[in-house]
Ligand binder design. Structure first.
Ligand code: DAK
Length: 261
């Protein structure tokens, strides 16, 4: 894969680690960062040997402290709209990636950083992590769908409170309101993300992909339409080798050997 300036990536045993790496600016997001993440995700989506992606932040302070404020300061209205489309596009790419994506939130996840974490399938937070949508303190509103994903995760009332007060919350509060799945000691963060990745990787890769898709699609439509969609995907799994293997293994009291076919 290509060399990058703003992100690091490493592939190990079916897991790809992406590190947003601009620690001097607390990993703030600009177009270059998004272009690099997008190019890497395009490659990852095509690579069936990659089973889970883990995203974290470089340095010891931040996951991502937001969109880059210096980059946004001179933006005109059309430029701001275009910038929003770039960020939303990459976050949608994360959400729709065939493989599950885990955010390992190692510090500040503010503004665009919180939005990035919310686009991931699962969020594991270090006990040092802090979350917030401080856009209104800058005279703007979220632009990478934070006003849309936050209420879907924590409910309308809590989302409005966080968006309107710009309060920064700690990892335990994020856990309490359902913004993160798990909080772990800081030094155990990557280990916890890998442990969860390995748990997912034990299962049929194709089934895992379709499960992610069923939830993503179902959350945006009514229950009946979502259930019908789930039924279609279930039907597809019935045609797979992995379904034969998984069910035979259960009946034969052995571990399944899934191939993703
Ligand atoms: N952008 C640029 N630089 C940042 C940054 C950011 N978001 N956050 C931190 N930095 C830089 C600081 O300027 C500082 O740089 P130097 O002065 O060393 O050159 C360096 O990182 C270290 O930061 P601090 O010195 O401030 O570190 P502290 O530990 O004192 O404070 C902090 C950490 C995270 C509490 C603080 O840095 C902070 O409040 N940062 C800003 C957080 C923030 O407001 N984030 C939200 C950004 S707004 C849209 C599209 C996108 C968005 C909105 C609309 N449209 C298209 C409509 C998204 C908006 C955002 O994300």
């Amino acid at each position: 894969m290509t060399e990058f300036q703003n992100i690091l990536f490493e592939k190990n045993d079916g897991i790809v680690f992406i590190t947003i790496n601009r620690p001097k600016a607390l990993n703030a997001l600009n177009k270059d960062v998004f272009d690099e993440i997008s190019a890497l995700l395009t490659e990852i989506a095509k690579d069936e040997s990659i089973r889970v992606v883990i995203i974290t932040g470089g340095g010891d302070k931040a996951f991502v402290a937001g969109a880059d404020i210096a980059y946004m300061l001179p933006m005109s209205s059309p430029e701001g709209k275009a910038w929003g489309a770039i960020g939303q596009g990459v976050l949608n790419q994360i959400e729709k990636l065939p493989q599950p994506v885990i955010a390992a939130v190692n510090g500040f996840a503010l503004g665009g950083g919180c939005e990035l974490a919310m686009a991931c399938d699962i969020r594991i937070a270090s006990e040092k992590a802090k979350f917030g949508q401080p856009e209104v303190t800058l005279g703007i509103i979220p632009g990478f769908a934070g006003s849309q994903r936050l209420p879907r995760l924590v409910g309308k009332g809590k989302a409005k409170e966080l968006l309107l007060t710009a309060d920064m919350i700690d990892a335990q509060e994020a856990l309490r309101i359902g913004l993160v799945n798990k909080v772990v000691p800081h030094e155990e963060l990557i280990g916890a993300a890998v442990e969860m990745a390995r748990k997912i990787m034990k299962h049929g890769p194709y089934a895992v992909r379709l499960c992610k898709e069923a939830v993503n699609v179902g959350m945006e439509v009514d229950l009946e339409t979502g259930s019908r969609y789930e039924g279609t995907l279930f039907g597809i799994t019935c045609a797979t080798h992995d379904k034969q293997e998984g069910m035979s293994a259960f009946l034969e009291k052995r571990k399944p050997n899934f191939t993703g076919k």
